[in-house]
Design a binder for this molecule. Structure first.
Ligand code: FES
Ligand SMILES: [Fe+2]
Length: 355
């Protein structure tokens, strides 16, 4: 069972071309996206009400979309307004439409009860359109349940093992420092979870050593994971000794490296997930967009390989249960929140657990 009363990230704004319909499945719902003549994004079920041809094979005509099987035309409200073969058009011939909002360089869709869709609940996000950060948006598909990807992001100790060849760059010492770091987990009022890692006198991330003068730093990593799977990651490297001066000094200190990553986990269905990501440094550091895009692609392909393999094991062990350890605290808190929301939707039998 997948949560429906939430704002899912449907795509980056740039995913939706102005004249061609785009098909995309989100939480099991096959959808067609197109832009009307004023540029506004429209989303409706990808199924013509006549003989169920996909509207994504249709043609955009001004504000409308025409099914290219027998030519029925639908307005942005989903109501049929033209049937070439007859003059009478019943307004009962319609396809379902969904609320959609473009914000932070992304498009957000609400698949649940329409009267509960409130624009102020679109997740707080900073996307690639944010001028402070130098980022390029990208995405991949994983053949795995989306809860596994949320788990992965909520426990970054996997960086030392899964990402040895990308973020870890084969450096055993820094990998060990990262996985042993002091971790603080805080539940947020909006149902999200904050995870903070502090490493005193730590090795700077191996992949950025080429453009940093110093090799050791006080290293702070903060992530916030919001419902239904929004991940915002801040990484800072401060001069040695900054942490010893206390929290107040830390809030005023200027890091010599600051990086940000915005990501979104959107279920395609119970067994496939779309993973959106963008990452990069402070724009002031210069044009490192391609560098960060390349390393992000390499790293998230490493996650994909591990999660798809994990899903296969889960599929053949339907009665087995995970061993929950200290490192899973944030993941357990997030799973509990998701389960609560799914139960509140009335799906009492449902579970967020994959498998
Ligand atoms: S199936 Fe769409 S017009 Fe016939
Ligand atoms: Fe990862």
């Amino acid at each position: 069972m997948l949560l429906r009363n939430c704002w899912y990230m449907a795509g980056w704004q740039s995913d939706f071309a102005s004249t061609t319909p785009t098909s995309r499945t989100i939480a099991g719902e096959a959808l067609v996206f197109y832009r009307r003549s004023n540029g506004e994004l429209v989303v409706m079920e990808d199924r013509c009400s006549h003989r169920f041809a996909p509207l994504s094979r249709g043609r955009v005509e001004g504000d409308d979309i025409r099914c290219m099987y027998h030519g029925l035309k639908f307005g942005p409200d989903g109501v049929c307004n033209h049937i070439p073969q007859q003059s009478y058009v019943s307004n009962r011939i319609r396809v379902r439409t969904f609320p959609i909002i473009e914000r932070h360089g992304a498009a957000w869709i609400w698949l649940g009860e329409t009267n509960k869709a409130q624009s102020e609940h679109v997740p707080h996000f900073a996307g690639p359109s944010n001028y402070e950060w130098s980022m390029v948006p990208d995405q991949i598909e994983l053949q795995a349940n989306y809860a596994l990807l949320n788990d992965n992001l909520l426990d970054l100790s996997h960086v030392a093992f899964v990402h040895r060849e990308s973020f870890g760059a084969g450096d055993e010492a820094s990998a060990t420092e990262f996985s042993r770091a002091e971790v603080t987990t805080t539940s947020l009022a909006n149902g999200g979870v904050r995870v903070e890692r502090r490493m005193r006198n730590a090795t700077v991330p191996p992949y950025v050593r080429d453009y940093l003068e110093t090799k050791r730093a006080d290293f702070y990593v903060k992530s916030e994971h919001l419902i239904p799977g929004i991940f915002l990651l801040n990484t800072r490297c401060y001069p040695l000794g900054t942490f010893d001066q206390g929290e107040e000094a830390l809030s005023c200190a200027t890091p010599f490296l600051a990086e940000f990553s915005c990501q979104a986990v959107t279920p395609i269905n119970e067994r496939a997930t779309r993973y959106f990501f963008a990452l990069g440094p402070w724009s002031a550091l210069g044009d490192l967009k391609q560098f960060y895009l390349d390393i992000g692609r390499r790293a998230f392909a490493e996650d994909r390989a591990m999660l798809e393999a994990q899903q296969e094991v889960i599929d053949r062990s339907p009665n087995a249960r995970f061993a929950n350890l200290t490192m899973d605290k944030a993941s357990a808190a997030f799973r509990a929140q998701m389960n609560k929301l799914i139960r509140e939707e009335g799906a009492l039998h449902a579970s967020y657990e994959p498998g």
